[in-house]
Design a protein around this ligand. Structure first.
Ligand code: GDP
Length: 176
C-alpha cells in the first residue's frame, strides 16, 4: 500500500488591491469566478488539499491580505509560518507590477533568509489587448529577485490557476 505523506504548507498571496488575489483563491479552491465584485471578496483564509504525487497529500493553508494592502502595509501574522508567497500583479496595470519590488522587500524584511519561496504571477492574462507589462519583463523580474518562476494566470478564464500553486509547491517540496 502506498505510504501517505501528510504535509502542510502555508502560502500567502500578496500584491496591490484589485489585482485579483481573492479571485484566484476562489477559483482555485471553489472553481468559481465572480465578474466585477462590487466590494472586495475579502477572503482571508482557505484550505486546499493537493494530491501532489502518488502517496503524497499536501494541505495548503492559503492566506489572502483581505483588503489590508490598501493601507500599504500587511499584517505580519499572514507571513508567520508561511513557506510560500505568491506575489501578484495585474498585467493590465503597470503600477501593480512596479509595486512588486516593494511587496517583495516587505516580505523579505520580515521572514528569515531563505525560508520563503516566491512565485511571481501576472494576473488577468485574458486582458491581452490591455496588456501593459510584457511577459519577458515578468520573467526578468522573477529571475532578478530569485523567485521560483513567473506564470501568467487568468482566474476569469481558468488558465494556469492550478499551475501557479503547484509549481510553487514543487519548489518548496524540493527544499524539504
Ligand atoms: P483583490 O483585491 O486583489 O483580492 O482583487 P479581487 O479578487 O477582488 O478582484 C478585483 C477585480 O478584478 C474584480 O472585479 C474581479 O472580477 C477582477 N478579476 C479578478 N481576476 C480576474 C481575471 O483573471 N481576469 C479579469 N479580466 N478580471 C479579473
Amino acid at each position: 500500500m502506498a505510504v501517505q505523506w501528510n504535509l502542510r504548507f502555508g502560502i500567502v498571496l500578496i500584491g496591490d488591491s484589485a489585482v485579483g488575489k481573492s479571485s484566484l483563491l476562489q477559483r482555485y479552491t471553489e472553481g468559481t469566478f465572480e465578474e466585477a465584485s462590487l466590494s472586495p471578496l475579502g477572503i482571508d483564509f482557505k484550505v486546499q488539499y493537493l494530491d501532489f504525487d502518488p502517496g503524497i497529500l499536501i494541505k495548503l493553508l492559503l492566506w489572502d491580505t483581505a483588503g489590508q494592502e490598501r493601507f500599504q502595509s500587511i499584517s505580519k501574522s499572514y507571513m508567520r509560518n508561511s513557506v510560500g508567497c505568491i506575489l501578484m500583479f495585474d498585467i493590465s496595470q503597470r503600477q501593480s507590477f512596479k509595486n512588486i519590488r516593494n511587496w517583495h522587500r516587505e516580505v523579505m524584511d520580515y521572514v528569515k533568509p531563505f525560508t520563503m519561496v516566491f512565485m511571481l504571477v501576472g494576473h488577468k492574462s485574458d486582458l491581452l489587448v490591455r496588456r501593459q507589462v510584457r511577459r519577458a519583463e515578468g520573467e526578468a523580474l522573477a529571475k532578478e529577485l530569485d523567485m521560483a518562476g513567473y506564470v501568467e494566470v487568468s482566474s476569469k478564464e481558468n488558465v494556469n490557476v492550478g499551475l501557479s500553486f503547484e509549481s510553487l509547491v514543487r519548489v518548496i517540496y524540493k527544499r524539504l
